[in-house]
Design a protein around this ligand. Structure first.
Ligand SMILES: C[S@@+](CC[C@H](N)C(=O)[O-])C[C@H]1O[C@@H](n2cnc3c(N)ncnc32)[C@H](O)[C@@H]1O
Length: 311
């Protein structure tokens, strides 16, 4: 591993903590612990008295966060698994309701900055892109093995690329010459699919698409939201930070369906198609980082925060 000093800034930190407004008796779930920034601030605001259950697929991040959160030892549980498996841990760890949830989706700064994770085409690294080392499928597996139509589907659905078919064809053609091994090498062999002025954007979309597919990110998000909401106590709150439109759409639609659930009672449905709201939308519109935050932390520029309160 490269010797790397982490410069860590949690995105929308004050906003998340203000909206979640943690109390001393709270059970907090951080589904994407990362380097622990959000959990640290949430616990600090309760004088370290709340209890936190934290998840991360990446065992390295979990370890770094554990050091950061050392002073809260005994009040934090660290789970090296996906937040989509929350149901299982809820039972096993005998939790009794959840008061506050934070999900800060996607990858952390070390994922991008350490070439060995293979998330960036700007640094030479193996085509990996897994959050969890326990998983077998890597980006190289998908790029070197998937049939063209499946690659097209991934590039179109997860990268929103209009020339997905052409890129998939180029991938298949190139890998027949030699399999792809490295991030920068893959990028240089397929960048021809874009006009020079669109290359950075195009490659960014391809890398996003492959990353989403490798980690099955969208299905994980839907499943996790469902499970976390089901265990949320009345008055409990969920805050989600997403970084691209596909994630944000899932969060927005999930929250909307709870705010305006369809009426299932046939008699009542004659008067209104909607039943009483199950949640209050705390953020009427998604909250975005201000200019100052984006200047300090450019990676926050695409962040969108949505928060609900269970009624
Ligand atoms: C944006 S970072 C979180 C940063 C964190 N909020 C902080 O302040 O340090 C996202 C983290 O979520 C993890 N992750 C991504 N998908 C996950 C999932 N389905 N379950 C658990 N962790 C996940 C990644 O490994 C990464 O460490």
């Amino acid at each position: 591993m490269e010797d790397f000093k982490f410069e860590h800034v949690s995105v929308l930190l004050d906003e998340v903590c203000d909206f979640l407004d943690p109390k001393e008796t709270d059970i907090i779930v951080d589904g994407t612990l990362g380097l622990g920034g959000h959990t640290k601030e949430l616990l600090k605001r309760t004088d370290g008295k709340a209890r936190a259950y934290t998840f991360d697929l990446d065992s390295r991040n979990l370890k770094i966060a554990r050091d950061t959160l050392q002073r809260f030892e005994g009040r934090v549980s660290y789970i090296n698994d996906s937040f989509s498996t929350f149901d299982h841990y809820y039972k096993v760890m005998k939790m009794d309701g959840v008061d506050k949830v934070v999900l800060d989706l996607g990858l952390s700064s070390p994922h991008l900055d350490i070439a060995e994770h293979g998330f960036s085409f700007k640094r030479r690294g193996p085509l990996d892109m897994r959050y969890s080392r326990k998983q077998k499928i890597t980006a190289a597996t998908l790029l070197n093995k998937l049939p063209a139509d499946q690659l097209t589907m991934i590039l179109k659905s997860f990268g929103e690329l209009s020339n997905a078919k052409l890129i998939a064809r180029k991938i298949v053609e190139e890998r027949a010459v030699a399999p792809f091994k490295y991030t920068d090498e893959f990028a240089s062999r397929i960048e021809i699919c874009f006009h020079p002025k669109d290359r950075i954007k195009g490659l960014t979309c391809i890398f996003q698409a492959i990353r989403i597919a490798v980690n099955d990110e969208l299905r994980t998000l839907s499943k996790g939201l469902e499970s976390l909401y089901n265990h949320l106590s009345s008055n409990g709150r969920i805050a989600v930070i997403s970084y691209h439109s596909l994630e944000d759409r899932i969060v927005k639609n999930f929250f909307r369906k709870l705010e305006k659930p369809l009426e299932t009672d046939p008699e009542k449905s004659l008067r209104s198609i909607y039943a009483d709201p199950l949640v209050e939308m705390i953020t009427k519109k998604p909250v975005k980082p201000g200019e100052k935050e984006v200047e300090v932390n450019p990676r926050s520029r695409s962040a969108k925060l949505r928060v609900i309160r269970k009624i």
